[in-house]
Ligand binder design. Structure first.
Ligand code: NAI
Ligand code: MG
Length: 356
């Protein structure tokens, strides 16, 4: 019997519902066409409208709710009239940490239809970014004192644990090993940050001993920005902290062509909990409701999801169809095209219909 998957669909805010509904149309068409598996999306209304109604971004039993699914697809969270730290901590960070989705994986490559702004000859960019997703600068440690006084003080404490560093480092070395170049760059800031970042360096050196076939080097994060721009071909897999890779992955997406095509996976590599797949971009208020959001980042995130749950063939086919559509110039305005979100969806569905 064909396997059947249950997927939590959390469209969230802004363009989230537009790109998630586009993706569901495409994935349902793919599943129907291939006939190799069944997939069922269940809508979950968490987000700012839910918050305004209930006072919470997530339901109280959110983690148990998610555990009933094989995986989740997420759009974006954030609204113009709610402070961003409330929305982000209320929804996304309230899932990533407690479900221990500790590996955030962001493939970056120059996509058909996108123009790499770098002078990289003909090849474009092909990188794999691995971000520690459960601690570090986003541990939520710190506080505010003397609120409202001229001497008001705030601390933001970055917390790094040996367990947290070691598991992401092993994941990154394994990822690098699985790629043809077997090349890993460990990013830190261990000159000025002399505690947590030095522990990163030490753990990297010790984990590296188990991966003699992987060539690795380390870079300070500031120098890494320069290398990404000036020597992009010297890079393959990158691993770094929650904050550093948050920033470097936006830079990488822009260097590859557009944030509108950049996917991400929030993985629990132990597979105890369902993993969550989402575009890198946010809710994009400036284009919400205009029908022009680029759905490709969410299509690609869904392809990563299919791969993760065991449907690699379907994932590869979906990416081929999406690439064909982009290469044919059916592009949303962020990529210089004139197509709407729905026109891209329809074109991808036509491509899927041609699969033999
Ligand atoms: P953003 O990613 O929403 O938008 C940045 C720029 O990229 C905008 O000009 C937008 O129109 C464009 N853009 C983004 N996605 C696009 C797409 N699919 N197609 C075409 N153009 C696209 O980042 P911004 O403006 O910093 O944040 C807006 C809100 O989103 C904030 O509330 C922020 O906190 C939230 N946010 C949420 C994230 C998440 O849920 N994972 C990630 C980043 C931001
Ligand atoms: Mg970000």
């Amino acid at each position: 019997m064909a396997p059947s998957y249950k997927i939590a669909s959390i469209p969230g805010d802004g363009i989230g519902p537009e790109v998630v509904s586009a993706t569901i149309q495409v994935v349902e068409k793919l599943a129907k066409t291939l006939g190799a598996f069944q997939i069922e999306f269940t809508h979950i209304p968490w987000g700012t409208a839910y918050y305004k109604e209930t006072g919470r971004y997530l339901s109280e039993d959110a983690l148990d709710t998610l555990r009933k699914f094989d995986a989740g697809i997420f759009g974006a969270v954030g609204a113009p009239d709610v402070p961003d730290h409330i929305s982000l901590w209320g929804l996304l960070l309230a899932i990533r940490g407690p479900l221990q989705l500790y590996a955030n994986v962001r493939p970056v490559r120059t996509f058909p239809g996108t123009k790499c702004p770098l002078n990289t000859a003909t090849e474009g960019i092909d990188w794999m970014l691995v971000r520690e997703n459960s601690e570090g600068e986003y541990s939520g440690q710190g506080g505010r004192s003397h609120v409202g006084q001229p001497w008001e003080a705030a601390t933001e404490v970055a917390m790094f644990t040996r367990v947290g560093i070691e598991r992401i480092m092993r994941f990154a070395f394994e990822t690098a090993r699985s790629r043809p170049r077997k090349l890993l760059t460990v990013v830190t800031k261990s000159n000025s940050m002399r505690n947590g970042m030095v522990l990163w360096d030490e753990v990297a050196a010790s984990v590296a001993q188990d991966f003699p076939d992987v060539t690795w080097d380390k870079m300070l994060v500031d120098a890494m920005t320069v290398r990404m721009v000036t020597k992009p071909q010297s890079i393959d897999t990158i691993v770094g902290t929650n904050l550093h890779m948050d920033i470097l992955s936006d830079l990488a997406a822009a260097l590859a062509g557009s944030i509108g095509v950049a996917p991400s996976s929030n993985l629990d590599p132990t597979r105890k909990n369902p993993s969550l797949f989402e575009p890198v971009h946010g809710s994009a208020f400036d284009i919400t409701g205009k029908g022009v959001a680029n759905p490709v980042a969410t299509f690609w995130s869904a392809a990563e999801m299919l791969k993760w749950i065991g449907e690699k063939n379907a994932a590869d086919k979906l990416m081929t169809c999406v690439e064909n559509v982009c290469a044919a110039g059916i592009l949303t305005p962020d990529l210089g095209g004139t197509s709407s979100t729905q026109e891209v969806v329809d074109a991808v569905c036509v491509e899927i219909g041609k699969i033999k």
